[in-house]
Design a protein around this ligand. Sequence first.
Ligand code: SF4
Length: 462
Amino acid sequence: MSTTKVNQVKNGAKFIADTAHRVSHDTHLWEARMRRDKVAQTIPEWEEMRNLASQIKKHTLSNLDYYLEEFEKNATANGIHVHWARDADEHNRIVFEIFKAHNVKVVTKGKSMLMDECEMREYLEPRGIEVYEADLGERIQQLDNERASHIVMPAIHKLRGDVAKLFAKYMDSDPDNDDPHYLNSMMRKDMRKNYIKVDAGMSGVNFAIAETGGIVVCTNEGNADISANVPPLYVASMGIEKLIPREKDVPLFVRLLSRSALGFHITQYTSHYHGPREGQEMHIVIVDNGRSERLSTPGYWEVLKCIRCSACLNTCPVYRRSGGLSYDAPYMGPIGIVLEPSYDLHRYAELPYACTHCGSCGNVCPVKIPIPEYVFRWRKILVEKKEDQLSHRLEMAVGAKVLGKEYTLEAAEKLALSALRYMPQSLLNSHLNPWAIKHTNPEPPEQTFRQWYRKQNKDSKK
Ligand code: SF4
């Protein structure tokens, strides 16, 4: 993985400059956010559900050692092989060893954020294993050699025309036909032959039930089901935080997940796997990869409550405008900017600044993760570790001087007012002043608020 600092502002600016993509991205995600509000409002107990889900996650995370062992015991009793991976490397090695032992050459993979986090495809492919993404969006991104730009809709930053042109490069399709049904049918035709020949299937896990030793996988296209049901070998990977204690907790999370993600009542496929089907071998790899450390960090552990619904992305004004690829990270948007620095503080040092502090992410999160607080937490850490931007440090130093004394602030107010009055409009409303792009500067007032207030006070004393 590269250690170069990600410049989200620069990457985002490229996306913003492309009006068609930006408008489509913003519109589609805002529609998802609005649908989420609409369906949430149809459930009177929605806020109670969020509270309960948050508490169940808190309880599980507080007793994670117990629930992990319970899950392992029950999953093993169900005939599932359970493995433990300390980090991404170990996860990838375990998966590769399983495949090697079964002489696996071709694999189909359902959508999994954890596998993206572990860069598993990048690990397997040079070792002679062909990996086919079964999720349509992921497959589009795989063909285009790009990472996912959204947790639930990996190719949402693309227009239909982009997909039509991309498909025409790899399959016998019409580059000018961007009808979604046509594109879907082309992909289906192309992928079916792969599904039949695969030696193994992989998927992520949405929920792992300690009580039963089973897993629940939610998708809208059935891509996990193809991976789990067609081949003779099935490997599922899950982070340690995916656990929930009881089977009866599942409906609560399923109800929250799909409504928060896309504003739909339920995901099209909510599949329960409680062991291999006849003649099949099933493995589950339980992965830590920094999670224990996050769990033991006071004031940050709640980040592990995340159910990867993407509601925080859909509502975030920065994410919607700048696109998911601008974060150059497996996780993007609000959850990305508070999660990624815990993987690599230097590389993702600028991400916590990709935030307007509107607080919307915290308001929509179904498990009530205090994301806005975490943004401030990371900024504090970045300053302490001297990983913040030099420009911010200078701004803060100047701000402290100006705001520290009444007379310096008063002088600055007068100076700003004079600048608004007397600076040539060609300078004020030019691209030298980024605020002026698509804005008009207000008419400068006659006096500063302080001058007006003093005058009022004087007049009333007369
Ligand atoms: S932080 Fe909350 S809103 Fe964002 S993806 Fe995770 S669960 Fe969903």
